[in-house]
Design a binder for this molecule. Sequence first.
Ligand code: HEC
Length: 97
Amino acid sequence: MMRTFLFLIATVSLFAKVPLDGKKLYFVHCAGCHGPDGSGGTGANLLGKLTYPSHAKMVGVVKHGIPGTAMSAAPLTDVEVNKVVAHVMTLRQKAKR
Ligand code: HEC
């Protein structure tokens, strides 16, 4: 079900040549481990206290990964990394409410 959904997003965006926004990028590249809402799964919960809490630090983590863990460098451009991190920040804001 989830795989079909992700496949659809990927296919549609490929053919439409629409640049993916942060939310879609997150769904395709991060949600599988960090959960659709960021509350975690195989990956860390991104809504609570973080080791890399700022936008800049998170960009570093997403670009380079965390060596020795399942968190590997995302195959994204700098622009996409910025969008995806902005989305994680939005999820964190929502979780605080
Ligand atoms: C294959 C699973 C996997 C995927 C895919 C993945 N992560 Fe992670 N991520 C992890 C794991 C596991 C950790 C915790 C690593 C550790 O032990 O320090 C982590 C850690 C992180 C952290 C650090 C959390 C902190 O405490 O500061 C951030 C931020 C993060 N991931 C964001 C992302 C984003 C954004 C994406 C998508 C571009 C992504 N991750 C994709 C597994 C994943």
